[in-house]
Write a protein that binds this ligand. Structure first.
Ligand code: PFF
Length: 487
């Protein structure tokens, strides 16, 4: 029996949801710093080239895979391919693992939002420094766990409403609100004395080294791998998110235009996020500022707001609310990848899946793994130590192989998902489309029977450029995470 899976209420609703998935923590703490560190405009140029030749092509391919099969990730791979049907599992594994830390980071945003709200309410009271606050938060595992539960409850309430009744509704309000808040923070950031140094860090090639932000410029291959990895994560590719969202798209919607809009919007927001955070951080701390990762969000920026005096907590509230919205809109797309799989499975058995129940159990499963990351507190509570010892006992640490991810569970989970599963998934997807089922299968879906000048571009990219790029990114990711020193 064919079940009614539902569709997006409107194309703009779909676009806001897809942009919501793409715009997340990666845009705020990843892109601006990587851009500055890797040569400003040079990085932007490499990023844009990769976005056009790889990101845009995979985006179109994933949306087409979803819409053609009318199924989530696992169902889509199963329907389309004999040799690659197991790849769908990889693309469900990654969102599950990403959620283990994304939910905890979302929880930290709620904690900081609450904190700035209380600073606003009790103006004049003694406030802790960003660093002290961060340590206090990390070393309170129970608090982090409770806020992670809260974050998951919010996501649950949205996802249980369904694609148009929950996800679309949230993004219809959340995305415009995020945009307005971002503009407010940008204006504040750019009008701080010394903000221009931050702009130079972001846009002037070589300035990061010249002004002492970093010691030496990264090599070109490192830049390429960094930009590629960042682009994939930022565009929510190879995670099943776009296949899943595409599976709820109506046949009359234009996949080429939609893909282009998502890629362009995500890149614009990433650059805007840079303008919001980097100049403010640099204006306050100069080259010694921590400009990336959790420390940028929860130490540097908290101090920046604090240094603004009485008005600071207001900007703090706006900022952490915007980051929270960005985190929620991405998290709900990851949850939807897994939930859609179970909904599709029920449909295959001729049943109408019970969405609230499915979403509930998906969130519980995520909560189990997220508990480890929450309690670990970015390594502050030593949960990773036994595994670190394990690695050492087999001699890995002596060669430096475990590198960065010996610090904490979050890094390890990030390595598994963003570092390995994501580029591997994209590589396999491009091999499947390019060489097994052939690009025409998806092009027919994209054009609904017609053809366009883009066909040759799509075919060449998916057959040759994407696989090559993916191998490079995969090696680059392994290299950075494991400190192998290949590049
Ligand atoms: N794109 C999100 C970010 O930049 O933070 C992360 C993400 C969301 C990755 C959803 C993958 C995904 F399916």
């Amino acid at each position: 029996m064919e079940q009614n899976r539902g569709t997006w209420g409107s194309n703009i609703g779909f676009l806001l949801a897809a942009i919501g998935s793409a715009v997340g923590l990666g845009n705020i703490w990843g892109f601006p710093y990587k851009m500055g560190k890797s040569g400003g405009f040079t990085f932007l140029l490499v990023y844009l080239l990769l976005a056009v030749f790889v990101g845009f092509v995979i985006m179109m391919g994933e949306l087409a895979m979803g819409r053609k099969t009318g199924k989530g990730t696992i169902g889509a791979y199963h329907t389309l391919s004999k040799k690659f049907k197991w790849v769908g599992w990889l693309a469900v594994f990654s969102p599950f693992v990403i959620m283990s830390f994304y939910s905890v980071l979302g929880a930290y945003c709620i904690e900081y939002l609450a904190l700035n709200l209380s600073n606003l309410a009790f103006a004049g009271a003694e406030v802790m420094t960003g660093a002290d606050l961060f340590v206090a938060m990390l070393t309170n595992p129970f608090g982090a766990w409770v806020f992670t539960v809260l974050f998951m409850v919010i996501c649950y309430l949205i996802n249980r409403g369904g694609v148009s009744g929950g996800i679309e509704k949230f993004n219809n309000v959340g995305m415009p609100a995020l945009f307005v808040m971002l503009v407010i923070i940008i204006i504040r950031s750019l009008t701080l004395p010394g903000a221009v140094e931050g702009l130079k860090f972001m846009f002037v090639p070589g300035y990061a080294v010249e002004a002492g932000f970093i010691e030496e410029a990264p090599k070109f291959l490192t830049v390429l791998a960094t930009a590629g990895g960042q682009m994939f994560f930022s565009l929510s590719l190879a995670m099943g998110a776009m296949i899943t969202y595409g599976s709820y798209l109506k046949k009359e919607e234009n996949l080429i235009k939609n893909s282009a809009i998502i890629v362009v919007a995500d890149t614009i927001v990433a650059t805007m996020a840079g303008l919001a955070v980097i100049p403010a951080a640099v204006a306050t701390y100069g080259p010694s500022a921590t400009l990336s990762g959790p420390k940028l969000l929860f130490i540097t920026l908290q101090d920046v707001f604090h240094s603004m005096g009485a008005i600071g907590p207001l900007f703090g509230v706006i900022f952490y609310l915007l980051v929270l919205i960005a985190a929620i809109s991405s998290a709900i797309s990851l949850i939807e990848v897994i939930s859609t799989y179970f909904m599709d499975r029920a449909a295959e058995k001729g049943k109408q899946g019970n969405r609230p129940k499915i979403v509930f159990w998906v969130c519980i499963a995520i909560m189990v793994e997220a508990s480890i990351v929450a309690i670990d507190g970015l390594g502050a509570n030593g949960f990773w130590v036994p595994f670190q010892n394990l690695f050492q006992s087999i001699g890995l640490s002596e060669t430096g192989i475990i590198g960065e991810f010996n610090d904490c569970w979050l890094d390890f989970m990030d390595f598994l998902s963003e570092g390995l599963a994501m580029p591997l998934g994209a590589l396999l997807m491009s091999l499947m489309v390019g060489w097994e089922i052939k690009p025409k299968t998806l092009l027919d879906e994209i054009h609904q029977g017609g053809s366009s000048k883009l066909d040759l571009f799509f075919s060449i990219c998916i057959k040759y450029i994407v696989p090559l790029g993916m191998i490079l990114i995969l090696v680059g990711q392994i290299d950075t995470f494991l400190y192998l020193g290949i590049f």
